[in-house]
Design a binder for this molecule. Structure first.
Ligand code: SF4
Length: 62
């Protein structure tokens, strides 16, 4: 099974880097923290870019 990306919303500061890097995977929730709204296998590289760029390191694989 493909791995999935998730956001630790308790740590997210809502900087919107991930939503800019991979809008097909991430969006801001109503409470202004990032949430995953799609798991697209073809976007793994973008997910990794968001993981690497997140300033608080709160995006992870599982
Ligand atoms: S890059 Fe990290 S801190 Fe910024 S919105 Fe995304 S998950 Fe939150």
């Amino acid at each position: 099974m493909a791995r999935e990306v998730y956001v630790d919303q308790d740590a997210c500061i809502g900087c919107e880097l991930c939503t800019a890097v991979a809008p097909e995977l991430f969006r801001l929730s109503a409470s202004s923290v990032a949430e995953v709204h799609g798991q697209i296998a073809a976007s793994e590289a973008k997910a990794q870019e968001a993981i690497d760029g997140c300033p608080v390191g709160c995006i992870h694989w599982r």
